[in-house]
Design a protein around this ligand. Sequence first.
Ligand code: G3H
Ligand code: ZN
Length: 284
Amino acid sequence: MLFVPNKLLLEKAMAEGYAVGAFNTNNLETTRAIVRAARELDSPLILATSEGAINYAGINNLKTMAEIAAQESGLPISLHLDHGTSLEIVMRCIRHGWSSVMYDGSKLPFEENVANTRQVVELAHLVGVSVEGELGRLVGVEDNISVTEREAAMTDPDQAQEFVKRTGVDALAVAIGNAHGFYKGEPQLDFIRLEQIRARVEVPLVLHGASGIPDEGIRRAVKIGVDKINIDTEVRAAFQKAVASFLAENPQVIDPRKILGPAIKAMSEVVKSKIELFGSVGKA
Ligand code: G3H
Ligand code: ZN
């Protein structure tokens, strides 16, 4: 297998006390920016592709871009399905050479989430592909909900223990007040809950929605035992800002390579700063 399964990357991270960054990509520029950053810092890397990204770029394009970048880099890189919600997309990715898949049944009732995740694990493990499951719902920053509702959506530590045992997942994504997209104000993460989950679960833990979490919060999460951290929004924002400012200053330029060059650099800088924060520099 060209790509490295998450299990291998994350168990090393867990043993050595750092986290591996999972950065979302959906095109050539983003893939190259992410891999370039990891190469400069000699870091392991997870290239994360959502169903939306696969639909946008085409599964073969996405895979080939990742494959070439991984080969050229010589780094241990995982190609990972992010938030897969059906067995169909999971199997498509496995068939095309992905080394890791996330099955996200977090919106389903507990028993259904367990059954579906278990099925994915049984199939994926036959071919050495790692599986990440999710328990607890990430509440969107735009969802206007009460504190009680927010807490009800968070991962229950006892249920997390049962979920991991019954499904056999290789990693567990948790909901501790984290959310996708930009946060409104300072994110309120429940670190006590994270400690309780860490104490009951033996597999690596995953923090989604990490864009916008202050550095101190990330360091604390890694110290407690988060081993994989997902970043998308901050990379997108860097892309948008670089393209917008380049075009504002150079409205006459029509060459996509000139327009996108500064964006690659800007995305790469964001990824580098996250890799440094997660502590995976030199861990390739
Ligand atoms: O699965 C992807 C991530 O959880 C990214 O979250 O866009 O808030 O960084 P983010
Ligand atoms: Zn996510």
